[in-house]
Design a protein around this ligand. Structure first.
Ligand SMILES: O=c1[nH]cnc2c1ncn2[C@H]1C[C@H](O)[C@@H](CO)O1
Ligand SMILES: [Zn+2]
Length: 384
């Protein structure tokens, strides 16, 4: 067996990583609030159920509670955030701050997702929720552009909760607001027991309307969920998709059972990997995987950063993208996720460039706008 030549040491420093332009396709608006904002909003609306009222204690609570090994327990932490996101002012503030925080981290393109149906408790209707978020996103983008910093383009995805029964309604809401910064649709929530095919009606409607959608699949549940999302529902991208590795073997052994860290696999090992029919389809069709390493560690979908399938799938040239999922619960950022892969999984600048270009290629943004960001912003920064 031949081994790969030693890789040149081009690991970027944390400062370099921070300065790189980044593209983010999978970030939950309600999973990225500033802890102090949660405290302020709780004060304003008279919510007294927060587990802590001091900023760093609250930040610790979210990160520790989400670090549970189960998607269901991870998701239960959202109750605390949703309690304070029920007014137009709160939604606008959270959306504006989200855009500002991402821009400060070097993000130049972001798709922010949230479930409008979870923000109706204060008497708003679905359209009012979308408009309040849109206002905040616009304010954030204008503030960044006005400050002379590198601009950020931000869009939203409207999520339907997979355990609920409002997906058709949210799909219609998506289509109604395509001109208001909404770029597409998603389903999220607990995966086991709630297959995406329950929402077929919504997906068929979206396809008839030429609307984009992604589906959370292959996170807490395996290949059947991914297969349904793609082959029944027609998902353009997969939220997570990390369990796709269950369809990969090396010399008849599941790749997850091979002890060599993915970063150290030789070219011969990579060439010997056998793809099952579903994994082959995903790679052949260039279906983007919205991968979120830190989140997966917390929910138990992956064991460690070094053993996270993102490195193997990237090396096998699946269309991998790198994402934050929930910055508050995972105490992370795009720079944080990039830094982890550089420190623990052997990633270099070329890998970071590839996931950034992949994300832009896969964005729910018109083709010419995607191309402009790749050519004018990403390539000069990574190749300069
Ligand atoms: O990683 C996730 N998997 C499934 N559902 C998720 C994940 N992260 C957040 N959510 C849920 C909780 C939020 O309230 C909802 C909308 O953003 O989406
Ligand atoms: Zn998610």
């Amino acid at each position: 067996m031949t081994t790969e030549p030693p890789t040149p040491t081009t690991a970027p420093s944390p400062e370099q990583i921070r300065a790189l332009p980044k593209a983010l396709l999978h970030d939950h608006l309600d999973g990225g609030l500033r802890p102090q904002t949660i405290i302020d909003l709780a004060d304003e609306v008279g919510y007294d159920g927060l587990p802590a009222t001091e900023e760093s204690a609250l930040a610790d609570w979210f990160a520790e509670s989400a670090d549970s090994g189960s998607l269901e327990r991870y998701l239960s932490t959202f109750d605390q955030v949703l309690a304070v996101m029920q007014t137009p002012e709160a939604l606008t503030r959270v959306a504006r701050e989200c855009v500002l925080d991402l821009a400060s981290d070097g993000v130049v393109y972001a798709e922010l997702r949230y479930a409008p149906e979870q923000h109706l408790r204060g008497g708003l209707d679905l359209d009012e929720v979308v408009l309040a978020v849109h206002r905040g996103v616009q304010e954030g983008m204008e503030e960044v552009a006005g400050s002379g910093r590198r601009p950020i383009v931000a869009r939203t995805l409207l999520t339907a909760m997979r355990h609920a029964a409002r997906s058709r309604e949210i799909a219609e809401l998506t289509v109604r607001h395509l001109g208001d910064g909404v770029a597409g649709f998603d389903i999220a929530g607990a995966e086991a027991g709630f297959p995406p095919s329950r929402h077929l009606d919504a997906f068929e409607f979206l396809r008839r309307e030429n609307a984009h959608f992604t589906i959370h699949a292959g996170e807490a549940f395996g290949l059947p969920s991914i297969w349904e999302a793609i082959q029944w529902c027609g998902a353009e991208r997969l939220g997570h998709g990390v369990r796709l590795v269950d369809d990969l073997t090396l010399d008849g052994v599941p790749v997850t059972e091979v002890e060599t860290p993915y970063a150290e696999w030789t070219d011969d090992m990579l060439a010997a990997v056998r793809l099952g029919a579903l994994a082959a389809y995903v790679r052949d069709r260039r279906i983007p995987l919205e991968m979120c390493p830190s989140s997966n560690l917390q929910t138990g979908a992956a064991p460690t950063i070094a053993a996270h399938p993102i490195t193997l799938l990237d090396r096998l040239r699946f269309r991998v993208t790198l994402n934050t999922d929930n910055r508050l619960m995972s105490r992370t950022s795009m720079s944080g996720e990039m830094g982890l892969l550089v420190d623990r999984a052997g990633w270099e600048l070329a890998h970071l460039r590839r996931v950034t270009v992949n994300a832009l290629k896969s964005a729910f943004l018109p083709f010419d706008e995607r191309l402009a960001i790749i050519e004018d912003v990403v390539k000069p920064a990574y190749d300069g």
